[in-house]
Design a protein around this ligand. Structure first.
Ligand code: EPZ
Length: 421
């Protein structure tokens, strides 16, 4: 799909005002998949308007569900499931469509979908997903990038130990296990807030999940799930992105509709850079210093460590710091594609394997840059907001996957940014 839209940013402006954070993309996607298991209607609130969420809705409609959006509310009626495959064109639209695997098998007893394959962050293996589902009784044939799955005897509870706390694999197993025969115990489970949100949604539908948010999750299979009403948690990565925008432009911003607990892994980094953070219920007032201090070491880790999704936006802000910041990307193999583009804006960054060394510079200058992926694109917008002169950011299809009308949120706090199509 050729992407002609771009942001035109006139940078080096202070921001001021309030940014409302949208619902979490990485919570909405698995919950939409899980809603397939309910035999009555589900209503989700605070669902962000993002292309990945729309792709999920397309997949659900293809499978036979009725999906209706009204503002931030999405209603799903999955009583009429007629398919158990996801066509290639939909699998390609969204890498995380693998999270449908557990739901489709649990609902229909079989599933046919293509490998999500690699993406901008490097190879995206799904070995942990497949090994876990096989232990739960799913027969999986991998044939030229296509997965043919069936569970002739139905899904059964199993002990699942993950060698890595994979978010998606934990979600797939949770969804597959809620109506399986018997109990499933996941050890070394992912502990991200989105895992807890999925568990809260499923328990509200009648599931019996305990321990979500910890490393061991126990799921007792139940006979059926009924739809429920659920509000999606705030998007902690969108919040971190707008915090980084405030930091990079020397601004004071009010960032609201957040859950402060979910930002805890990132607070030390923003404080070390010299930002003042004041939390009050679901709001954060961030005050940036005139010039940021460097952050000695940012190591991305599974939750409750520093989130890999915040690495690129935070790197953009440290590009202007008064000293050297060091990043270690421990989660994905190649999540530094934004570095080349940041260099075009005048940043001074060296990458060696998983390590990126950022020498802060006194100023950035506007240039034409291309988003390599979702969070890399956000990093380029942040750098463009701080740079002197005009910055063009292309590849908005990436940014629109994870940020709801980013340019409107930023323009509302004084940024000179517009979408040119
Ligand atoms: C989820 O991806 C998020 N996506 C990602 O957010 C996020 O970066 C990631 O978790 C880590 O927090 C959604 O929730 C839709 P993983 P996921 O399985 O589930 C390896 C964004 O920007 N791995 O925890 O794919 C994998 O290669 C996106 O919003 C295996 O080796 O992440 C990676 O190195 C980007 N085998 C690491 O684990 C597997 O079977 C983390 O992957 C699965 C994963």
């Amino acid at each position: 799909m050729f992407d002609v839209a771009k942001f035109l940013i006139e940078g080096h402006k202070r921001l001021q005002g309030e940014i409302l954070v949208h619902g979490a993309k990485n919570s909405t996607l698995p919950i939409l998949a899980a809603s397939m298991l309910c035999n009555t209607e589900t209503v989700l609130h605070n669902c962000p308007v993002l292309s990945d969420v729309e792709t999920c809705a397309k997949i659900l409609r293809y499978l036979g569900c009725r999906v209706i959006r009204s503002g931030g509310d999405v209603t799903i009626d999955s009583s009429g499931i007629i398919h158990s495959d996801i066509p290639d064109y939909l699998m390609r639209e969204m890498r995380s469509s693998i999270v449908f695997l557990g739901a489709i098998v649990a609902r229909t007893g079989r599933a046919k979908l293509s490998f999500p394959g690699g993406c901008e962050l490097g190879p995206r293996p799904i070995d942990l997903h497949l090994a876990a589902l096989r232990r739960m009784g799913v027969e999986i044939e991998e044939d030229h990038g296509c997965l043919n799955c069936s569970a002739p005897g139905g899904l059964k509870g199993a002990k699942i130990g993950f060698s890595f706390p994979s978010v998606g694999a934990t979600e797939n197993v949770m969804i597959a296990a809620v109506c399986a025969k018997g109990t499933t115990v996941i050890t070394n489970a992912a502990r991200e807030p989105e895992i807890c949100d999925l568990a809260n949604f499923l328990n509200a539908c009648g599931a019996k999940i305990r321990g979500a948010g910890e490393s061991t999750i126990m799921i007792e299979g139940v006979a059926k799930l009924s739809g429920c009403e659920h509000s999606v948690i705030p998007d902690r990565i969108a919040a971190a992105t707008y915090m980084a925008a405030a930091a990079a432009t020397g601004s004071t911003l009010l960032i609201s509709r957040i859950d402060p607990r979910h930002l805890e892994p990132m607070i030390p980094v923003f404080e070390e850079s010299g930002c003042g953070l004041m939390f009050c219920e679901d709001e954060l007032k961030i005050t940036a210093p005139q010039r940021l201090q460097p952050v000695k070491s940012v190591r991305t880790m599974p939750y409750p460590g520093f989130p890999t999704d915040a690495q690129a936006p935070v790197m953009a802000m440290t590009a202007l710091a008064n000293g050297t910041s060091v990043f270690v990307e421990n989660i994905f193999e190649s999540r530094y594609k934004h570095v080349g583009e940041l260099l075009r804006l005048g940043a001074n960054i060296k990458v060696e394997g998983r390590v990126a060394v950022v020498q802060g510079v006194p100023r950035l200058s506007g240039a034409s840059v291309e988003s390599p992926d979702l969070r890399g694109g956000a990093a380029l917008v942040i750098a463009g907001l701080a740079a002197e002169g005009i910055t063009q950011v292309e590849g908005l299809r990436h940014i629109d996957r994870g940020y709801e009308q980013m340019e409107l949120s930023l323009a509302a706090v004084g940024a000179s940014i517009q979408r040119i199509v």
